[in-house]
Design a protein around this ligand. Sequence first.
Ligand code: AMP
Ligand code: MG
Length: 353
Amino acid sequence: MKTKVLNIEDLKSDTAQSALAEAGSLLRSGQLVAFPTETVYGLGANGLDGAACAKIYEAKGRPSDNPLILHVADRAMVEGIAEDIPPMAEKLMAAFLPGPMTLILRRTSIVPDRITGGLATVGVRMPESAAARAMIRAAGVPVAAPSANLSGRPSPTTAASVLRDMDGRIPLILDGGACRFGVESTIVDCTGPVATILRPGAITREMLREVLGGVKLDPALVGANVTPKAPGMKYKHYAPKAPLTLLEGAPAKMAAAFRRHVRHLQKEGRTVGILASDEVCDELRDLVPDELRKSYGPQGDLAAIAAHIYEALIAFDDTAADALLGEGTTETGLGLAIMNRLHKASGGNTITI
Ligand code: AMP
Ligand code: MG
């Protein structure tokens, strides 16, 4: 299959409008379309068509017990797929939608079993991205979409990275430029007595607390030895090809710690890549060549770090690096989402400095 990439950055233009119409008709006819959102690129299918959704699992190599999130354009579409919507969900929708948040709600019978991994619930997301909502409207149905990467790999935040993983597997990629947030949506389970974060994201725990008062974190997120409530969270994820080790600790001590660990690995004959702040990358100029130093932004600039981590991880796959060292950051605010992804990408391999 030949994969076409169509630019829709100028959403009102005729070319973008005809690309969206093409996407809509592909989706309605059971095909897959990759599309931009404000978080990461999604790999979409008609969410009410089980056979179309099966193609998502096939294209990604995704385990069949890992449910798909349904993307909607408006409130009417929410009513079609979810029922018994509790007051906490109403409050969250009023405060944060459209936006980078997914609500777990009780599902209606039109949601195909195939996409929920056998659960009685469904993940519902209304993206802030005007391009994403325009595509869903063009399709006229809720769009099931996981991130548009091969299973286990970092999520794409540019159309070029989608093409890398999906070339030849899908007919169309809509190119809307780089994604604004860069980490996946916050998943909030609204089916229990207290709202529970199953996956941290750009809508932070602090923001949710302000609206709801009480918010829990799924115990699996804070290291408890229990099965995560979001089935996808149990899998290895976001991994670059070379193994990644995280350095965590005081920002002021990072550059010196990187220097020690890089030297040690280089002595063992390893080609070391570093994924770190501007500050650390600058400090290590003499030790690590340019192409092996990928900066994710200034130390502590969480929005910049979130927007850049996946592309930086992916970029190492084109280098000779056979060992990667990454710089950890705070776990407050957006940092919780960043560190959740970095811990997964590193398979829990952390050195505390
Ligand atoms: P992605 O693969 O990037 O789309 O991530 C989707 C995440 O949402 C995965 O971790 C899924 O396991 C999770 N998810 C989707 N639907 C549900 C659901 N009904 N209940 C709990 N988690 C869900
Ligand atoms: Mg994913």
